[in-house]
Design a protein around this ligand. Structure first.
Ligand SMILES: Cc1ncc(COP(=O)(O)O)c(C=O)c1O
Length: 171
């Protein structure tokens, strides 16, 4: 895991722009994310908007944490939600959680909420297993779809486990 942390230098010195907001969209948890445009009086700025987003995460004062791919910062809402899922859905509902708790549909349901954030259409994003499991599935599936192909091209500086998976699939 590579984490990028730093002390809280002014946002502007870190390349952030601040200005009047042109339009906003909502993240998964309903928070607003905003586009900035030219001048406009008495409107919230992108920095105030981002400050509100930052408050959703459990971060120490002064820490700027930008690593979202390996292990993102902990959203404040997650510990309570995880505790509720464990005690109520696993603990009380047990196997009924697959249907009544919505576990079966979760990959598509969550994928549909991510889709607009990355410009994808509904039904085109599925949330699955860990990165390594999905890389393995994608590589093996691609190999099986193209039996005549004998080489896998893999970036030498890729995440090490991605390289091991490619090497193993090539054997
Ligand atoms: C590109 C890439 N490959 C592989 C991994 C490792 O994933 P996993 O934790 O599923 O082994 C990561 C984790 O951040 C990653 O970013």
């Amino acid at each position: 895991m590579g984490s990028k942390q730093g002390t809280g230098a002014p946002l502007a010195s870190r390349g952030w722009r601040s200005g009047p907001i042109r339009s906003c969209s909502r993240t998964l948890d309903g928070t607003q994310l905003c586009l900035i445009s030219g001048a406009g009086p008495n409107r919230p700025t992108a920095t105030t908007c981002l400050a509100r987003v930052r408050d959703l995460f459990d971060l120490d004062d002064g820490v700027v944490y930008l690593d979202g791919n390996s292990l993102g910062a902990l959203p404040r809402s997650v510990p309570g939600r995880v505790a509720e899922v464990i005690s109520q859905q696993w603990g009380r509902m047990r196997i009924r959680s697959w249907t009544e708790g919505g576990w079966w549909d979760a990959p598509e349901r969550v994928g549909d909420r991510i889709a607009p954030l990355i410009g994808a259409a509904p039904g085109h994003v599925v949330v699955g297993d860990s990165t390594s499991v999905n890389v393995f599935r994608a590589v093996v599936s691609a190999l099986r779809m193209t039996p005549g192909r004998t080489e896998i091209l893999c970036d030498a500086t890729t995440f090490p486990t991605d390289g091991y998976i490619c090497a193993s699939a090539a054997d």
